[in-house]
Design a protein around this ligand. Sequence first.
Ligand code: 3H9
Length: 689
Amino acid sequence: MNDVGDLTVEGDIGVLTLNSPPVNALSAPVREAIHEGIKQAIADDKVKAIVLICDGRTFIAGADITEFGKAPSGPSLFDAQDMIENAPKPVIAAIHGTALGGGLEVALTCHYRVAVPSAKCGLPEVNLGLLPGAGGTQRLPRIVGAQKALEMMTAGTHVGAKQCLEMGLVDELAEEGKLRDGAIAFAKKVLSENRPLVKIREQNDKVEADRGKPEIFENFRKANARKFRGFLAPEYNIQCIEAAVNLPFEEGIKVEQKLFRELVTGTQSAAQRHVFFAERQVWKLPDVPKDTPIIPVERVGIIGAGTMGGGIAMNFLNSGIPVTIVETKQEALDRGVATIRKNYENSAKKGRFSMDEVEKRMGLLTPTLKMEDLGTADLIIEAVFENMDVKKDVFGKLDKIAKDGAILATNTSALNIDEIATAVKRPEAVIGLHFFSPANVMKLLEVVRADKTSKSVIATSMQIAKKIGKVAALVGVCPGFVGNRLLAQRQREAQKLIMEGAMPWDVDRVLYDFGLPMGPFAMSDLAGLDIGWNKEKSKGETLRDRLCEMDRRGQKTGAGYYDYDEKRNATPSPVVEKMILDYAAEKGINRRQISDEEILERCIYPMVNEGAKILEEGKAIRASDIDIVWIYGYGFPRYRGGPMFYGDTVGLDKVLGKMKEFQSQMGDDFKPSALLEKLVAEGKGFKDL
Ligand code: 3H9
């Protein structure tokens, strides 16, 4: 056997231990160790029962995701599983940490399963755009029934050991920290009680009970249609469970294998696997060493109790970190605090937590009108009006108040943080923490490093982001940073397209069908068209000016680009259609038919190109960080992997070709980035950077 597996014999129990850090994923050596280890244990006459256990932090956490797409080597997972399931002696899986995906599928071929209470089991393949491809789709429903299998497999949930025991997924709980002993004791019990070699594949009661009830599946599909929109994997998982219910095991396996192959070779799964690794990469900062000193953040100060400031404060209160929040006027302060309380009370009413919890969180909040009260804060986040003079004034004052070593952060979404930093004598303490609205809900945090920001301030900001449950991407100072800089490209093209021939609902439909949560015009209506619009200064120059002047300021006024009924359902507006036609005529624009394909290419390719410029300028560390920003901040569909990955899947040569074509027709909005040109010339993609 290779050095991943270790077989020892204790009395009449063979213990096969796998050790392949970090998560014992089923790489070729692990599969081989299982295959060989079980074979040896079977051959050893002294061994009467076998325990399969893992070293390190977890039981097998699944197939080795890095192996997908590569040529298979070593014994297949099926070979290893057959060796277990057909063993003439009982095999018992001993589970700690997480038994996920292929890991749980291995455990399900064992005759029994023992777990410690902290262990979790799940089939999370759906999150990678896959389905359990090692018999899991046929075995799980045979234990838990179709309904539970549908829920577990399409959500990819990790189910706690106690619940697994109740569902019959686990046969016995072992004492925490004593898994090995517990599993050996259980194995002895199996022997002494002469228990059978249970093969889940032969257990048909649960699936037979669900047979002839297609409504189980139809209702489930209907109830989740919105959640599953655009994704292939949930539907494929459902079809496998249907097969488990309606077909014999071997036939069901054939369906599973066919659908698995389709998914694993498809673009959606490639995209979702890319996102899995991108989510982990984004925390890694090449020039900030792991041992960089972290500033302990025990108290946070927030300047501004408006929507943004209040939302930001909630993140820290939720994590048990006390917050001092400052406003200039009592009324604004009271309003801000009342909004936070109302948000918490609404959550409590929905059953998310108790009223005691509301009071606990509110108890961590200190409202004040005195900026001096921020003197004890370790991290101060400014969330005041977006105006450079105002911000510099605030930072100038902060410089005198904040204690030595405190982090001075700005939540600006647009202003130059290097310039803000000139207002203080300690520019190394200044950083951007760009939260997205609503700040207590949106997962993304852009951590914006300025020229002089210290590594310690960067490392602490990333760590605190993790603590409050955000996904943070480290970016550099540039207009719009990463997220809004890409957005600006799309917004510009969307506006141009409706002048040249499309209607807002055409553009929205194309982008919605692409997988975004909503199109640019629906988004403007939701946000309010009057953000940044000034009634006094409006000269009716732009379409937006005209809409706002007519009091079509978005959903809140019942009309914007769309008309809205009292339930805020949108319908295309004939008024807007006429306005657009009139406006285009006034400007002498010859409107033309615009294809859906052009809408998509004009909205998305310039974003890819802008992403390339950002990389060229070093304002993002990796292309995949840009993907993370757009997935977590703007709802870019995970199954497309983010804008940069999407560029790679389309082919950068195609993106470049279109950019050049558009440039020759419409000018330098489409000027290709040098990096894009270079990658195409070298036949490479962003993935090769
Ligand atoms: C499958 O099983 C298909 C089968 O049905 C069919 C087969 C035919 N492979 O997340 P962490 C790496 S699909 C390779 O930071 P945690 C990860 O990239 C699989 N690598 O730790 C990271 O590397 P690095 C179904 C993997 O403690 C390191 O391990 N299974 C894999 O926060 C630590 O990971 C899943 O989808 C893998 N399977 O969380 C489970 N898993 O240090 C996926 C992890 O270089 N994994 N790595 O950045 C997880 O959900 C979490 O990793 C886990 C631990 C909960 C296990």
